[in-house]
Design a protein around this ligand. Sequence first.
Ligand code: 87F
Length: 682
Amino acid sequence: MDQTILLLNKQSCLDQLTKLGINYILHNYEPTPVFEHHIKIQMSDDTTYIKNLLYVDNKSNYYLILANHTTKIGKLFLKNLGLQLGNIKLSEEEQITEELKSSKDNFSLFALFNDSNNLIKNIIIDEELTKFKRVLLHLIENTNIVVITFDDLQNKFLKTLNKNYSILQLRDITDQQTLEQQNKQTLAITVKKSDFTEWYQQVIRKGELIEYYDVSGCYILRPWAYFIWEQIQRYFDDLIRTEDVENAYFPMLLPSKYLIKKQDHVQVQKAEIAWVTKQGQNILNEPLAIRPTSEIIMYPAFAKWIQSYRDLPLKVNQWTNIIRWELQQPTPFIKTREFLWQEGHTAHQRREEAIKQVYTILDFYEQVYNELLAVPVIKGIKTESEKFLGADFTTTIETIIPQNGRGLQCATSHHLGQNFSRMFDINFEDDKKQKIYVWQTSWGLTTRSIGAMIMFHSDNKGLILPPRIAKYQIIIIPIIQKDIDQILLINRCEQIKQILIKLKLRVYIDSRDNYSIGWKFNKWEQKGVPIRLEIGPEEFKNNQVTVISRFNNKKYQITIQELNQLNQILDNIHNSMLKKAEIELNQKIKNADNWNEFMLQFNQRNTILTKWCERTQCEQQIKTKSGQESKEKDLKFDGLIQPSKGASALCMPLKQDQIIEGQKCFHCNQQAKKYVLWGRSY
Ligand code: 87F
């Protein structure tokens, strides 16, 4: 029997806490090893358990360390304190026991109430603890735990007792990274979706999509994210195969001489091109550009391949990475310096044929967004100033991020006319031996699409993946309890998994025994798996599973015979996700007939559909004026002030009402020609 239980009185401790004005919650438990308490108590994410460690050095100086329960105290750290493992004299506990009325191996922080002789002069608080709001401490023995705020611990408890303390990092630096990683992985998302920028950063990291990297604007796509990209690739490849597009691969380096010719479309964005200038220490005779797009790389080859009308149409696509050295604030997936994309390039005999191709591809892009990512989009045409400079016209699909009302260009499909074929001399002879320049298209879809999907669909708990792109569509979690044979239960899970695999579903059983059930629930919720199947003793007995939908939290049981409903359930989830997103998108589109109405909506972070005269000068004025009158604050990135953006023309939607004679542009009052959607864009 531990004598300290007799020495330190529980009630007097609690009375003292009250006297100090410290609010506490008391828990009583069956005696179990201390560590298990923090698991049993339903700890919220802002609460942690403190372990107290009492060390003593050769000169009988005591060190009381308040450490987060997960912290491994580094040997180096102890050494720096003048302590080595060998110097910890736990055997000299008598003095401590007598003076402070607590034991050495189960030292209570509240024993400090008894330290009138100031025996413990050195108190060290683990820096980890500063991340939490509340802490759990055992009161005297294992069976009593109090919860108090970390703030009260510092400012009421330690201060009143006149105890000085330092907050230090207890881990050796070398351990830091792995521990930080562990913590980041296990902790919940700390902000709401309304705190959008911070929320997004946390969702993509805790959902294990992204890891950060030491080149600004470049990110690691983890398997969970890369799988989504692979699904997009598969789906889009199948679509373009129906159009006889072939995949190929062109080099990523561009000789600089290719860029010296006046290439309008490149000149404008030259600042974004990254260069290879050295081989080892030697400067290259000819610097090489890293592709920001591949027209200039591909089209000289097209000129060689196309001689006769029999060589047409030529349809080539490639899946590659691209580098564009953006100077704006990067956002993972959405605006990055390196990204993945497909770029398709076609050459045709006739103009109409090329135009038809442009719109077929635009429809394919819409399908990728709607059918795979459950993201609604608006098909449209870019204005003259927003189109690709090398194109006759640019079609686009755009979406609007509901949280901030920003327009996001999702993919573009260009009609290049004969602009490039003239420049690169891509021509063929027709039946009359006449030289004809080909009609071209180009089109691209990037990893930005994944960003749009995340922004639309995730919530305060983390990712919600639409079923068709989720690496695992179903996570099976065995609920292991005392009254059931673990092996039987896991076997049942395995059986169910096999049934689901036959249904062509992607499934994973999380039978890890080093994580609690609650931890697993959180983790898979953060990762956005559409459906969780729980199988515990009840389900086992009744030949059932419990189904929980990540999207709407609905929970119900189905029998094993009914498992084949899961395909339909997943389809329903997809459809509901798309429908919900469509409603959210439509709520962000407002109409305006004059400047005041326009600015009112713009300042409320909406996009605005207006009648417009289609004049570039008018468009520029709208952009400048709306920027000046905007209520948004300027942003800072890399030390540069980036003035708040004005409204740009996102697109002229394909679906729009006819404009009739006499209807005016909302801005300049000249004859209107088209409806345009305006907004702040990414
Ligand atoms: C950045 C630097 C240099 C975009 C650039 O949309 C050149 C460019 O040409 C550039 N950023 N673009 C336009 C790309 C046009 C087009 N290329 C094929 C696409 C789809 C795929």
